[in-house]
Design a protein. Structure first.
Length: 355
């Protein structure tokens, strides 16, 4: 199956899901329809990297059914959007891909109706939580609609369930680590990244594609291991871009992670360096100014934290590629996954800017 054709079919499947859902919502009332419309807007414009991984694994391991593959791929895109909507609430972020997210849409609407800022913030968070819940239920709805055996349904549900379980645990660890005064060591941060990001963004899509294709256990295991290390590399790069990337390219504020005090490998490494004391009191302050953010970025470069993080991302990418070096992974699939991984890691060189 041609990848571009497959991705186009994924878009059609997502469009059908939202059309059917909006029709049902409209029957309950206009405000419910508006929530679905806000969720649908959030789903547009993404990289579709998770559907891409499902399709690559499936077709690369001999799968031939476009209906099955694109259905699973669409389900993983819905899962991604569900977790993004919830993640924005956790991070108190109001932008997604450069535009107001679900929380911001409802927050702004509440302000226009005369609500206080605190009430408007709460309304936005509530709407976003509900929208994310709807996308999560949609994941299982789409998978259940696939014309596959009951046994295969169970396997796919198990993969999705394990991914959600791991991701929620990783998110919780992330929240808890931000409450303490001390920075967690790099290995703890990387373990959180594995659960929070790798599990649902890389391991599960590749594993599901392999299962759907009927691939042998060795191939399934190799792809899952590749996804584990690739996801950690991706998260490290994402964290670097969250501080150094341009908003026009990342779609996210350059201040968000620093204001939140998000525990990243950047800050973990910097906390071990002498320069840390000069900015430690600024990390995690909601009133952070532009000049303070620039001071932190300058310190992260000067102490070597940025270079350390990038080197760690490259190391994890190399480990990921090593997992594919088995006979059960076809050469073409190995090449395509390797190209995607390196393009992801290279984002930090193409997008990150110096202070």
């Amino acid at each position: 199956m041609d990848l571009d054709v497959g991705l186009a079919l994924v878009e059609q499947r997502l469009h059908r899901f939202f059309m059917e859902s909006k029709l049902r919502a409209a029957a309950q009332g206009p405000s419910y329809l508006q929530l679905w419309e806000a969720l649908e807007r959030t789903s547009r414009g993404g990289s579709r990297s998770r559907p891409r991984l499902v399709l690559l694994a499936y077709s690369g391991l001999g799968g031939t059914s476009a209906t099955e593959a694109t259905g699973v791929a669409a389900a993983f895109e819905l899962l991604h959007n569900a977790l993004l909507v919830h993640d924005d609430v956790i991070d108190r972020d109001l932008l997604r891909r450069g535009s107001p997210n679900v929380a911001a849409t409802y927050r702004n609407a509440a302000l226009q109706r005369g609500a206080s800022p605190a009430t408007a913030d709460h309304a936005g968070a509530c709407a976003a939580i509900l929208a994310g819940d709807l996308a999560l239920t949609g994941v299982y709805q789409v998978i259940r609609s696939l014309p596959v055996s009951e046994a295969l349904h169970r396997e796919l549900h198990c993969v999705v369930g394990q991914a959600i379980f791991a991701s929620v645990g990783g998110e919780l660890f992330d929240i808890e680590s931000s409450l303490g005064q001390d920075m967690p060591p790099p290995e703890e941060i990387l373990n959180t990244a594995r659960h929070k990001t790798s599990a649902y963004s890389f391991e599960a899509p590749l594993h599901a594609g392999a299962i759907l294709a009927g691939a042998p256990e060795q191939a399934r295991s190799a792809l899952a291991s590749f996804g584990r290390f690739a996801g950690i590399a991706y998260q490290i790069v994402d964290d670097v871009l969250g501080v150094f990337g341009e908003q026009s390219q990342t779609g996210k504020s350059r201040w968000g992670d620093l204001r939140e005090g998000k525990r990243t490998i950047l800050l973990s490494y910097a906390a071990t360096q002498p320069q840390w004391d000069s900015v430690a009191g600024l990390i995690g302050t909601p009133q952070m100014t532009a000049s303070e953010a620039e001071k932190i970025r300058a310190m992260l470069i000067a102490c070597g934290a940025k270079d350390y993080a990038i080197a760690s991302a490259v190391q994890h990418a190399e480990k990921a590629l090593g997992c594919l070096a088995i006979d059960e992974i076809p050469d073409r699939l190995r090449e395509r996954l390797g190209s995607l991984l390196m393009a992801s890691v290279n984002r930090v060189h193409l997008s990150a800017t110096a202070v």
